[in-house]
Design a protein around this ligand. Structure first.
Ligand code: AMP
Length: 456
């Protein structure tokens, strides 16, 4: 399968070539031709599958088609966007905007705006006043602009709901219905979601017409490029020692360390900074400007370690992330899949390490049941747990289709490294403090939470 065979115009094929892609990913191969035909689509594909391009390319095709057909927009009149992309988070909005810029680089005079919360209104109002091709928005802030009459959505031809399940989780269901009601009924609608079960499927049936279902890789599919490991920790001290050891390994190009709470993210980033790592926290409690600077620092490799919470890290697409470390477990099993998808990007391989204490055994089971895969346990020489791996209360049951390695075949402990228990790395000499723009992203300008005995 080649990109040429998907039926895209030359300007988009060229951009894809420029990006270095030799062939479409499975989701692109299925979704792009169907979307170009104007079909409504329900696409189940996880991050890392190339799903963004699968809707951005057909969206840009619409822009080009309108240009080619000589549809002109009269000067002086306010014309809203042809394409509206709704996303759950600011980070995902940035990611989609970046993809639009990449794939739309040969589309002359492409007009794109991003409307997200947590940033000043001024630039957004200006962008909304001019003619627009594409608008990428989080539902809440778009609702504000609709209420004040500044967002004109009467000309939307294509609505994309990216990560629809997440938007519902975040309580955007009424906003989405409100926004959809303001759009022309004769539009195309594309939805991506990890699942179409329950409320998401219901919403899809309300917003779409005879949608085609495209299921390329579900949550049960193994992330082929991501190796997973599970380390059991006796207590917090042991868990910290495991983390410290892993972070000093040479193979760590860049790492995202996940915590369960914002407070833990701040606490852990402080601790790692004190140890000499170039590290920053990223969570929803930080002002947007600082979050942007942290992400920029990560992309530019000024940061080697990012300590993040689930919502803030969703959609981060940085090829240098070689490791994802689950320091605090996610609240939901599906977040585990989103977390580990931060590594193994763009055809590279990645390692996802989960550090679990005994009390996390239930969550580990839920994750294994959700993915229908066992996370292979591993130990580090000198840092083995005193108590061996807890016996599973019940065998993880596969649900839905089972792909990938069956969990019960991947037993066997791995042993690597030889750092003694409790050894505390002092940084490897390459770690530099990170100080982008106005002040360091972590701790700067914010109250530093006092370290707690147990960061939970
Ligand atoms: P996504 O699933 O949309 O978040 O995309 C995951 C990553 O795959 C991004 O880094 C894209 O730049 C990259 N990507 C998208 N399409 C292709 C392709 N056809 N070949 C190689 N990489 C791709």
């Amino acid at each position: 399968m080649t990109f040429e065979s998907l039926g895209l115009p030359a300007a988009l094929n060229r951009a894809v070539q420029d990006a270095g892609y030799s062939q479409p990913t499975p989701v692109q191969a299925q979704a792009v031709p169907a979307a170009l035909q104007g079909q409504d689509l329900m696409v189940s594909a996880s991050t890392g599958s190339g799903k963004t391009a699968s809707f951005v390319l057909p969206a840009l095709n619409r822009v080009l088609a309108a240009r080619g057909s000589g549809q002109r927009r009269e000067k002086g009149l306010v014309h809203g966007p042809r394409i509206l992309v709704l996303v759950p988070t600011r980070e995902l909005a940035l990611q989609v905007t970046k993809a639009v810029t990449t794939y739309g680089r040969h589309v002359q005079g492409l007009r794109v705006a991003s409307i997200v919360g947590g940033v000043p209104y001024g630039a957004q109002l200006k962008a909304l006043r001019g003619p627009l091709d594409l608008l990428i928005a989080t539902p809440g802030r778009l609702m504000d602009h609709m209420a004040s009459g500044k967002a004109v959505l009467a000309h939307v031809e294509l609505l994309v709901l990216d990560e629809a399940d997440r938007m519902l989780d975040m309580g955007f269901i009424e906003d989405i219905h409100h926004i959809a009601a303001a759009l022309p009924a004769a539009r195309q609608t594309l939805m991506t979601s990890a699942t179409f079960a329950g409320a998401v499927g219901h919403m899809a049936s309300e917003l779409m017409r005879e949608p085609r279902r495209i299921e390329v890789d579900s949550h049960t599919q193994a992330h082929a490029d991501i190796e997973q490991r599970l380390h059991w920790a006796d207590d917090l001290r042991h868990k910290n020692a495991l983390l410290d050891h892993i972070l000093t390994e040479r193979s760590v190009e860049q790492a995202v360390v996940f915590t369960s709470t914002q407070r833990d993210a701040d606490w852990l980033a402080d601790r790692l900074a004190e140890m000499g790592h170039s590290v920053a926290a990223l969570h929803g409690g930080m002002p947007q400007g600082r979050r942007n600077r942290v992400l920029e620092g990560l992309r530019r490799r000024q940061l080697r370690v990012l300590v993040a919470t689930d919502v803030a890290a969703r959609g981060i697409d940085v090829p240098g992330i070689s490791h994802v470390i689950n320091y605090g477990l996610p609240m939901k099993a599906e977040d585990y899949v989103h977390r580990i998808g931060r590594t193994g990007r763009a055809g590279r391989s990645g390692l996802a390490v989960t550090l679990a204490e005994r009390r996390d055994a239930g969550m580990i089971q839920r994750i294994q049941r959700f993915t229908t895969q066992r996370i292979p346990p591993a130990t580090i020489s000198g840092l083995e747990p005193r108590v061996p791996e807890p016996a599973p209360q019940q065998r993880p049951r596969p649900h839905g289709k089972a792909f990938g390695k069956p969990f019960d075949k991947s037993f066997g402990n791995k042993s690597f490294g030889n750092k003694p228990f409790g050894a505390r790395p002092q940084g490897d000499g390459q770690h530099k403090p990170f100080a982008p723009g106005r002040g360091a992203p972590r701790g700067a300008g914010g109250a530093k939470p006092a370290p707690r005995a147990r960061p939970r």
